[in-house]
Design a protein. Structure first.
Length: 448
C-alpha cells in the first residue's frame, strides 16, 4: 500500500461495512469480448527491452488448458499443495539487485551499482545501499500516477523525481536479508516476474484473485462496492470442482478485497496459526494463500523489513519440514514494487478484458495493457530445478494459470488465459533435487 493512504485494516474494515449486499451482487461488465488490438501492443513510444510476444493463438476466457479432457481433471499429480506467500511493496532490484544471480544491477569495479535516475532538479541519484532496514513513513510511492512517472515511457527513469523521491533508489543486500538471499540463491529465481499493473496493492491483488483489476487503480474504499468480476475468481473455479483451499491470515485476509470470496466460503478464511498446524500434519489444502500481518510483517513501508523476512522464513520452513513437502509448490513473491527502483521496464501485456481503468482524479493516462514493475519471486519445491533462473515473462496471473493447468480449469480473463504457468522452474520427471529440504540462512533480527 501507499504510505499516503489510510492503513489496510482501516480500508478493509470500512470497505467491508460499505460493501454489504454488493458482495454477491451483479457482475461487472462481461470480459467475453476480445480486447482491442492494442491489448498486446506497447503503449509507449520507446520499445521495451523485455519483449512479451503475443502467443500464436490468443486463448479466450473460459478456455481450458487442455480442451481434450474434462474441467477439474488433475493433470499434475506430482503436486498436491500450491501455496502462495505474497508479501508487499518491494521491487526486484530493491531486494535482489545485488544478488549476483539473475538480472540485477550492473556493478562497477568496487561492486557498486551504476544505475541512477534524475531527481526533480535533474541531478542524478545513484542506486545506494540503505543502512537501515526500517523504512520511511510516506515514501516511496506506488500510486498509479507515481508508477507511470517512474515508467517514463519505457525508460524507467522517473523514480527519484516521482512522489517516491531519492529513497526509491535505495536497496538492501545479502548482509541485510540473509534468508531471502539464501532462498533466491538456492531455488529457481524468476527474474522476469512482473506485478500485474502499474498500480497499487488492491488492483494487483485483484489480478491474483480474478485475473483482472476490473476498473480499480488504487486502494480506495469505493472498490468494495464493486460487483464481483464477471469471469469470477479462482476460488469460484475451485469451489465448482470441490477443490480444497484456504486463506490463512495474520491480521486481515487478502481475499476480502473481493468480498464475494468470503461471502461464499466464510469458513475458508482462517487464522495463520492453522497454517503451521496443517503444514506440520501434512494437511495443507490443495491451494492456499498465506498472509502476513499487514500492519507489522508485510514489509510495506514504514515497517522493519526484517520482521517480514522472519515471518516468511517461518512459513517457508514450515512447508519444507512438513510431511507434505514432497508434493508441495510454494511461490514467494510481492504484490508490487512499492515505488522502489527497478532497471527493467515492464513490457506490454494483453488486456484482461475491456474494462477501462477508473482514472478520476488521476493525472497519468494508461490502461491495463502493461505489466507493473518486476518483483522478487522464487519457486520453492522439492521438484524445483537446481541452478535455474527463469527469464520467462510472468505476472500474478501466472499463479492462476498454474492452478488452472493443474486442475484443467477454465480461464477467468484474457490475461490468465495467455499467461505462462511457472512450470519451467519445475522438473516433473526427474528425481526431485530438493526432496531433502535445504538449510537456509536464518533471518536477522533488529529493531527500529
Amino acid at each position: 500500500m501507499d504510505g499516503h493512504v489510510p492503513t489496510r485494516r482501516a480500508l478493509l474494515t470500512a470497505g467491508l461495512l460499505a460493501a454489504g449486499a454488493a458482495a454477491c451482487g451483479k457482475s461487472s461488465a462481461k470480459p467475453s469480448a476480445k480486447p482491442s488490438a492494442s491489448a498486446s501492443a506497447s503503449a509507449s513510444a520507446s520499445p521495451s527491452p523485455t519483449p512479451s510476444p503475443a502467443p500464436a493463438v490468443i486463448r479466450k476466457p473460459g478456455s481450458l488448458p487442455d480442451p481434450s479432457i474434462p474441467a477439474g481433471t488433475d493433470t499434475l499429480p506430482e503436486i498436491d499443495h500450491i501455496v502462495v506467500l505474497m508479501m508487499e511493496n518491494h521491487s526486484y532490484d530493491n531486494y535482489l539487485g545485488a544478488l549476483r544471480r539473475g538480472d540485477g544491477f550492473t556493478l562497477d569495479a568496487l561492486g557498486r551499482p551504476t544505475e541512477s535516475t534524475p531527481d526533480a532538479a535533474g541531478k542524478p541519484v545513484r542506486a545506494y545501499h540503505l543502512t537501515s532496514t526500517c523504512q520511511l513513513k510516506t515514501q516511496p510511492s506506488q500510486s498509479w500516477d507515481a508508477s507511470h512517472v517512474q515508467f517514463g515511457n519505457g525508460r524507467n527513469d522517473g523514480f527519484a523525481r516521482s512522489e517516491s523521491g531519492p529513497v526509491s533508489m535505495g536497496y538492501w543486500t545479502r548482509a541485510d536479508l540473509p534468508f531471502y538471499y539464501g532462498l533466491a540463491s538456492t531455488f529457481p529465481l524468476a527474474d522476469r516476474y512482473f506485478s500485474s499493473a502499474l498500480a497499487q496493492t488492491y488492483p494487483n491483488r485483484r489480478f491474483l484473485l480474478a485475473g483482472t483489476a476490473f476498473g480499480r487503480v488504487d486502494n480506495a474504499v469505493a472498490g468494495f462496492n464493486d460487483p464481483p468480476p464477471a469471469g469470477g475468481t479462482i476460488f469460484d473455479r475451485l469451489n465448482e470442482h470441490n477443490i480444497t483451499w484456504k486463506n490463512y491470515f495474520s491480521s486481515l485476509a487478502s481475499t476480502l478485497i473481493i468480498p464475494s470470496i468470503h461471502a461464499k466460503k466464510p469458513n475458508n478464511l482462517v487464522p495463520v496459526a492453522e497454517y503451521f498446524v496443517d503444514a506440520a500434519a501434512g494437511k495443507l489444502p490443495a491451494f492456499s494463500i498465506v498472509d502476513p500481518d499487514f500492519e507489522k510483517t508485510s514489509e510495506e513501508n514504514p515497517q522493519n523489513i526484517l520482521l517480514g523476512e522472519a515471518f516468511a522464513a517461518k512459513v517457508i520452513n514450515a512447508a519444507m519440514q512438513g510431511p507434505g513437502w514432497a508434493k508441495t509448490l510454494l511461490i514467494w513473491c510481492y504484490d508490487e514494487g512499492g515505488g522502489y527502483y527497478d532497471h527493467v521496464p515492464p513490457p506490454a501485456a494483453i488486456k484482461p478484458d475491456n474494462i477501462a481503468p477508473i482514472l478520476t482524479g488521476k493525472t497519468q493516462p494508461g490502461a491495463y495493457d502493461r505489466y507493473g514493475f518486476r518483483v522478487p519471486a522464487v519457486i520453492v519445491s522439492p521438484r524445483a530445478r537446481k541452478d535455474y533462473v527463469s527469464h520467462i515473462v510472468h505476472d500474478h496471473t501466472s499463479i492462476l494459470k498454474l492452478v488452472e493447468t493443474k486442475w484443467n480449469l477454465p480461464a477467468l480473463t484474457y490475461r490468465d488465459a495467455n499467461a505462462d504457468n511457472l512450470l519451467d522452474s519445475i522438473d516433473l520427471k526427474g528425481t526431485p533435487a530438493f526432496l531433502k529440504p535445504p538449510t537456509l540462512p536464518a533471518a536477522r533480527s533488529a529493531t527500529c
